[in-house]
Design a protein around this ligand. Sequence first.
Ligand code: FES
Length: 99
Amino acid sequence: MKTCTISFPDSPHAPATFPEGANLSENLTILNSPMLFGCRAGICGTCLIQVEEGYDSLTPPTPDEYEALDVYAPGNAKARLGCQVRLTGDAAIKKIRSA
Ligand code: FES
């Protein structure tokens, strides 16, 4: 089974490795991630992140996620909602605040 590693630059949290296709919100916890989750449904923006490396290693945003990103991070082409992301390869992410 292929595994994917998610890392957190500028954070004390160690990289975490999950099976390909893993959903971040189902696998990251307060202990292994600098990001927090709220609704886990793509609505609240609590899990807003910026993808520093490996943007193409994440499943692409849905139209609903694009709509939310226009509100929470307008103009930021690297922004994603962590709760909507599944890994297809290695990536590095940073928690950011909404605009
Ligand atoms: S946890 Fe609410 S949008 Fe991701």
